[in-house]
Write a protein that binds this ligand. Structure first.
Ligand code: NAD
Length: 430
């Protein structure tokens, strides 16, 4: 029997992407205007990793501890800081204890590992939440020593998790292990958020709102991420065997944004090309590391350009470039739907949104001053933990499972570009 219902026109069909959670952009309050959460009960947190994401660096605006201090005020108690580098952990704590936020850190204990913390945990120090900012190579699997999420779920059921992106950087064949962790997190009803903070930009939520209010289906996402390579002095970043490469480590934010708007990706459709370090066009004159110390097979591509199909039929594309000098990156993300283009420019520094709508060939421009997506993601996660989410309109915008899907996409792009390279080499040799 066939249905007599006419097929829905594209713009009427519910978009896959619209099933992803979104927030009212007006509820994303800048940190300077947000009051610390009222209440008297202390909020115990364990920080895993004493590095840049947790305590800040000159490389960017990230610094989770700073956002926690603003969100929780005197209620914040960092009961433990876990890092195998005791020296680094002690040094950052020392600085905090010399500042006005001393009350959050004066009783913080330092441990080399999560096991050590558990063995020595005082019952009154039981955390309400754990923030995971250790390198992704030490997590996201069920292998001993790289199974932090599972250790936490087993030892501290009910404790909320915040996990930095990417969820892992192990070999591609370990991706199913990350999906299994996602399932355990979901089945145990653990509150868990993953640090794809661009989803929390007011500009991004405005884009979502425009799509939802106009019942639009995304036709295409076009992402471009050009980093300022001169400013990247971390040798690991240039070494695929240590960082998994720039798409999995860095481009992941834009692959995630693409999925946030485009919906699920048909992974088998992913195609990609790369410009490699040993090709004429791939020579860089201002690298701040010595690439000769990195094995040739682990050197990173200078350009990776990928396309794919979303399950909705829409088409996604992403170009990652290691090409610019100086300090500032050049990043743009576009979404197209029937009659509309939404173009987000400079999302990391000064987000600007260019909107074209039916009835006007000119773009209108929206700027978003004082936006802090790092604060919004932490703030929303804490609101959900504290169950004030309804009133505040807060939501967790990236679940662990969603983040594993982004991780899977980034691996697919890397593999597709490597395959195309092998194919090209064979062609040259033949
Ligand atoms: N969202 C963003 O924009 C953003 C920005 C920066 C970093 N990050 C992410 O944060 C994570 C950490 O990056 P980072 O820049 O802070 O790195 P980092 O190298 O500055 O710090 C990592 C810290 O983790 C410690 N460490 C190593 N193994 C550990 C283990 N098993 N358990 C606990 N600690 C361990 C190291 O000693 C180091 O102090 C990465 O996943 C990175 O991608 C995200």
């Amino acid at each position: 029997m066939h249905s007599t219902t006419p097929p829905l026109s594209n713009s009427r069909r519910p978009s896959l992407a619209s099933r992803r959670p979104s927030m009212d952009p007006a509820k994303l309050i800048p940190m300077g205007r947000a009051d610390a959460l009222v209440g008297t009960n202390q909020f115990n947190v364990v920080f895993v990793g004493a590095g840049n994401i947790m305590f800040g660096s000159d490389e960017g605006p990230w610094n989770h501890s700073f956002r926690f201090e603003h969100k929780l005020g005197p209620r914040l108690k960092v009961v433990a800081l876990i890092d195998p580098s005791i020296e680094r952990a002690t040094a950052v704590l020392q600085k905090k204890c010399e500042s006005f936020v001393v009350s959050a850190y004066q009783d913080t204990r330092v441990f080399k590992s999560f096991e050590d913390f558990l063995k020595n945990m005082n019952p009154r120090d039981k955390p309400r939440a754990v923030v995971i900012g250790s390198p992704p190579m030490f997590r996201g699997t069920d292998q001993p020593g790289r199974d932090l999420e599972l250790q936490i779920l087993n030892a501290l059921p009910g404790v909320a998790l915040f996990v930095e992106k990417p969820v892992a950087t192990g070999p591609e064949d370990e991706i199913p292990q990350a999906f299994a962790i996602a399932k355990k997190i979901d089945q145990s009803n653990t509150i868990c958020s993953v640090g794809y903070m661009l989803r929390y930009l007011r500009a991004v939520q405005m884009m979502k709102r425009i799509l939802e209010e106009n019942n639009l289906t995304v036709m295409s996402t076009v992402a471009r991420y050009a980093c300022a390579y001169e400013a990247i002095a971390k040798p690991d970043w240039w070494d695929k065997s240590r960082s998994a490469g720039p798409i999995i480590e860095q481009g992941t934010h834009f692959c995630d944004l693409s999925r946030y708007f485009g919906g699920e990706v048909d992974i088998s459709s992913v195609q990609a090309h790369s410009l490699e370090w040993d090709e004429e066009a791939g020579q860089l004159s201002k690298m701040s590391i010595d690439e000769s110390k990195i094995a040739p097979e682990n050197r990173i591509p200078r350009v990776t350009a990928a396309t794919w199909k979303y399950e909705s039929g829409a088409v996604g594309s992403f170009t990652h470039l290691v090409a610019l000098q100086g300090q500032n990156y050049s990043c743009e993300f576009e979404v197209y739907a029937d009659g509309y283009s939404l173009k987000l420019v400079n999302p990391y520094v000064q987000p600007v949104l260019y909107i074209r709508k039916p009835g006007d060939d000119n773009e209108t421009t929206m700027r978003f001053a004082d936006d802090d997506p790092f604060f919004s993601e932490i703030s929303s996660w804490i609101d959900v933990i504290e169950d004030v989410d309804e009133e505040a309109g807060s939501q967790i915008l990236c679940t662990y499972e969603d983040a594993v899907m982004t991780y899977e996409l980034t691996w697919a792009i890397r593999k597709a570009s490597e395959r195309s390279r092998i194919f090209k080499k064979r062609e040259i040799q033949a």
